[in-house]
Design a protein around this ligand. Structure first.
Ligand code: ZN
Length: 193
């Protein structure tokens, strides 16, 4: 079968192909056996499984529930950490528009968190999972393998390294606590900076 010609750019409602020929993927919907774009963007067909999808343009985040992302903490409020989503993990696929996401205090770790400042600091890089992608992006770092993967010393901005259950600054010896991601995403190897 020859590849079907698709337009380079589609808008919501634009016809993409017949449901008997393609599998509707992300950014599409099916109606009466026909597949249409549900977002504005570039359509592609995955030749392996005949999935047609539309990658959203205009900086609209293409994140879905369950995606794991790298996020940088920009601001700590009493009930939430406000982050910029930098990339999808683990491949580091860029996220268009660097959208904002939030970690609610109840989703920072398992159990009760008295203060977000005990778990995160501005500038930390988090490994976080998307709980909700629309209309706003909500993240969790509660599972053991999620949390802070890179942090800097609040005193001298040196890169912190793990030391038991805490983190320590190799430059000035300052010790800090974070809700760390265990295992899969180790801190950067000890280097002089
Ligand atoms: Zn330090």
């Amino acid at each position: 079968m020859t590849p079907t010609e698709l337009p380079k750019f589609v808008v919501p409602g634009e016809y993409l192909g017949a449901a008997e020929e393609f599998v509707p993927g992300r950014g599409t919907y099916e109606a009466s056996g026909r597949i249409f774009a549900s977002v504005t963007g570039r359509p592609t067909i995955d030749a392996r499984d005949r999935t047609v999808r539309v990658d959203a343009a205009n900086g609209v985040p293409t994140l879905n529930e369950g995606d794991v992302v790298y996020a940088r903490v920009n601001e700590l409020k009493s009930a939430m950490a406000i982050c910029t989503i930098v990339a999808a993990a683990p491949a580091g696929r860029g996220i268009p528009g660097t959208p904002e996401g939030t970690v609610h205090i109840s989703k920072a770790k398992d159990g009760f968190t008295e203060s977000l400042a005990d778990e995160f600091a501005v500038g930390d890089i988090l490994l976080a999972k998307v709980l909700q992608s629309r209309p706003s992006i909500k993240l969790t770092t509660a599972p053991a393998d999620l949390g802070v993967i890179s942090a800097r010393c609040q005193v001298c901005h040196g890169l912190l390294v793990p030391s038991g259950r805490e983190l320590v600054c190799p430059r000035c010896g300052h010790r800090e606590h974070r809700k760390r991601a265990e295992g899969a995403a180790p801190f950067s190897p000890r280097t002089s900076s």
